[in-house]
Design a protein around this ligand. Structure first.
Ligand code: NIG
Ligand code: FE
Length: 407
């Protein structure tokens, strides 16, 4: 006999996920039943409660006219770091560029020094703190990259901390190896690429934690050829490729992601129509990161042009010391206000789109029957309030696998 663990009833709406033609499928005056951590049924409250009476549920939650949406899937973060780069934020506001700061040994390289010096306990405590904030803001699955070690020992240590966080925190944490995040001091990109391939990748594969391999394919960082050789080696070890592509200049990372059948190509501020068509044709999810453009004062990616290609796109936070926001609600607000997405498009991009970018579309990012019951209850009658009430956390309650974990 299956046990009805949680019943949410009397929601003003329950957003299920993408509907026909990628519109939003939702039920009004709705309820959702959870059995064994999965969505067992979703629909009008009177129909659902007939089959699943609230008195039979271990937990019955009266949503009392609030909106219920899938938990956010934040598919791109560098959320494990140490140190403080708030002074760089101020320097950028005075006109310094991101690349100038990196060329002077700041930026990523400064975080690398801080991470190498930090104990694993300190790193874990930092990450768990950020996961608490993410969860309170409705994120139930998050990708976290390594890439602030840039040597085998520290990259492995970062991945191990990411695994420990996944084991201990309600948020699902998806580990990506990003040894090719920057070229460490005292070497050059070509020599370091060899180290990533010959030393880091075999050790990462042996450790068996990382699921994806990501590369910062960018002018003065890793060339398309270097990125290709790292990602191809990663594929040999069973790691699915992802690419930081066309962030500051158009270098060819998007075409590379398409060639390799990557799970995603991310940033894409300078992608053109050919890049968009190639990604759509190859089924690679474009991950747009409006918080990064916002914090750098850069032009946003052309979300409308990506949507016109017809495939699903993702919106994520890119939470890192250069883009210091853990809030998917804020990223979704920027997707609407900065990139002209509708609230429904942005919400889908922050849930189903994120799940696709993490190869988890059959598991999370929607509230269809059989999916993980990862749920955010919004303190408002409509999901539109997520971007409409920007700068404020509209998430009141969060369930992970049907269990109340926040609120
Ligand atoms: O995705 N662009 C490269 N990596 C990060 C920034 C990391 C950092 O500055 O620490 C990004 O924006
Ligand atoms: Fe990134």
């Amino acid at each position: 006999m299956t046990e009805l663990t949680t019943l949410i009833h009397d929601a003003s709406e329950i957003v299920v996920g993408p509907g026909e033609d990628d519109t939003l499928e939702q039920h009004e005056n709705a309820a959702l039943a959870v059995v064994d951590g999965r969505v067992a049924a979703v629909g009008p409250t009177d129909e659902i409660t007939e089959e699943y009476p609230p008195e039979n549920a271990t937990h019955a939650i009266d949503a009392d006219g609030r909106s219920v949406i899938p938990g956010f899937v934040d598919s791109h973060t560098h959320g494990l770091f140490a140190g403080d780069r708030s002074d760089e934020f101020a320097a950028k506001l005075r006109g310094k560029t991101y690349q100038e700061i990196l060329a002077e040994g700041g930026g990523i390289l400064r975080t690398v020094r801080a991470v190498r010096e930090a104990s694993s306990e300190q790193l874990l405590s930092n990450l768990l703190g950020h996961l608490d904030t993410m969860l309170a803001h409705g994120t139930t699955t998050v990708e976290v990259k390594s890439g602030y070690g840039l040597d085998t020992e520290t990259e492995l240590r970062m991945l191990d901390v990411i695994r420990q966080a996944d084991d201990t925190h309600p948020v699902d944490v998806v580990p990506s190896f990003m040894g090719a995040h920057a070229v460490p001091e005292g070497t050059d990109a070509e020599a370091y690429t060899e180290r990533v391939i010959d030393d880091q990748l075999p050790a990462v594969a042996d450790q068996g934690i990382a699921e994806f391999c990501d590369v910062f394919c960018e002018e003065d960082v890793f060339s398309v050829e270097q990125s290709r050789s790292i990602l191809e080696a990663g594929i040999e070890y069973g790691l699915t490729p992802k690419v930081h592509a066309e962030e500051f200049v158009r270098l060819g990372g998007a075409q590379l992601a398409a060639d390799l059948g990557a799970a995603s190509a991310d940033h894409l501020l300078h992608a053109n129509d050919d890049d968009r068509a190639a990604l759509a044709e190859a089924g690679v999810t474009p991950v747009l990161l409006p918080g990064t453009a916002f914090s750098l004062g850069a032009e946003y990616a052309d979300a409308r042009a990506f949507l016109d290609e017809g495939g699903s796109i993702a919106v994520a936070t890119d939470f890192n010391p250069n883009c210091h926001s853990q809030s998917m609600g804020f990223a979704i607000a920027l997707a609407c206000i900065g990139m002209g997405m509708t609230p429904a498009e942005a919400l889908l991009a922050g849930t189903q789109g994120g799940a696709r970018a993490l190869d988890r579309a059959g598991e999370s990012g929607s509230l269809r029957e059989g999916m993980a019951a990862d749920v955010a209850i919004i303190d408002a009658p409509s999901h539109v309030h997520v971007p409409y009430n920007f700068g404020v956390n509209t998430v009141e309650t969060v369930l992970k696998d049907g269990e109340l974990v926040s609120g």
